[in-house]
Design a protein around this ligand. Sequence first.
Ligand code: GTP
Ligand code: MG
Length: 427
Amino acid sequence: MQFIDRVKIKVKAGDGGKGMSSFRREKYVPFGGPSGGDGGKGGDIVFMVDEGKSTLLDLRYNRKVVAPNGVNGKTKKMHGAVGEDAVIKVPLGTIVKDAETGRILADLTRKNQRAIICKGGKGGRGNFRFKTSKNTAPTYAEKGGLGEVKDVEVELKVLADVGLVGYPSVGKSTLLSVVSAAKPEIADYHFTTIQPNLGMVQVPDGRSFVMADLPGLIDGAAQGKGLGHQFLRHIERCRVIIHVVDMGAQDGRDPVQDYANINKELEEYQYRLLERPQVVVANKMDLDDAEANLARFKEAYPDVEIYPTMTALDEGLEPIIYKAADLLEVTPVFPLYDEEEKSEGVLYKYEGDKPPFKVHNLGNGRWKLTGEEIETAFAMATLDTDEGQQRFARKMRVLGVDSALREAGAADGDTIELAEFEFEFVE
Ligand SMILES: Nc1nc2c(ncn2[C@@H]2O[C@H](COP(=O)(O)OP(=O)(O)OP(=O)(O)O)[C@@H](O)[C@H]2O)c(=O)[nH]1
Ligand SMILES: [Mg+2]
């Protein structure tokens, strides 16, 4: 599940300090030689991976980053101090492009990776450097070099960190709408949400993460009921789950049972989603039976930490945001893609669990892929951003199908079944 977070910023490396022009003046040394020191180098603009970050939110508030200049050279051959590098910390998977040319300046895919995006200007040389046998008293000293300036586009293909899970109409979309700027559709009928919505959540202490509002689950989802597989698949990439339970128990539902049922579906699904850390939310505490239901819930699950909320009234959400951020810090980062897997585009792997995909060998190296879940597979990687849809429509390439056909020895007109395939988006 991905969407694109993109910020344009201006960056400027520090200018080099001026070289000094001066002469030694000492007692008993009437004509001292040149003694002007070199200027310091200007600071570089460095982008660096910080695994603690998952969004580019900081950059939105700081659109111009300037590294300090080098200090001018001094007398007595003393160098000016070097300007410190300005280090811009970004999440793993960030790409830095030149905004004018679109050229990729850095693709930050490794832990602690650093990339110099703008070089600081060189320090100018002081006049003592220009002393020669012919000119023993040069007055000339160099100016410092200018620091590079660039407009850069910083781009991150974001994976959702936190996913909202629960039965339909428990208030998942409402929760996302309150804690982020996202505007998902909210309504009192089931399955209002059929595609994930993503929002950026900012924790008051400065941390931030991406939250996905997912379609509601129902009993039997793990067996594929009610588009269950499609919906559960979205959760695979979320590191932390916010499990929302409706304590109002409308529609004759029982929150105690609901909680167990949803966890059962998570457990039965192939990637053992139940092992993801959960924040359990008791929503709709404003409704009549909610208190009594919550008491029963606590009795049934004395070990479960539960957060009571009235999401629609924006009550009780802050502790949930903190808790989710804390859990993210101790939950491993899902790698965006491995080094080897990376080609020009981002490579996605889809492993089918339902009916395998069928490849119809049309001959002449052409083939057609069909299967119930193909759309889901593609949507999973593109998500429903406008940009994603366009990419989806125009620039996708499925890999490995030719070799699968070859291996199976499929003649023209034959159809083979495929359990998994890889695809990538090509720029
Ligand atoms: N009384 C009350 N109603 C709430 C609260 N939070 C949400 N609701 C209402 O519950 C209904 C469903 O809310 P949604 O946020 O659309 O629920 P959802 O879980 O996203 O539902 P699906 O997308 O269908 O899975 C809406 O009418 C909300 O206004 C709350 O704290 N109290
Ligand atoms: Mg919804």
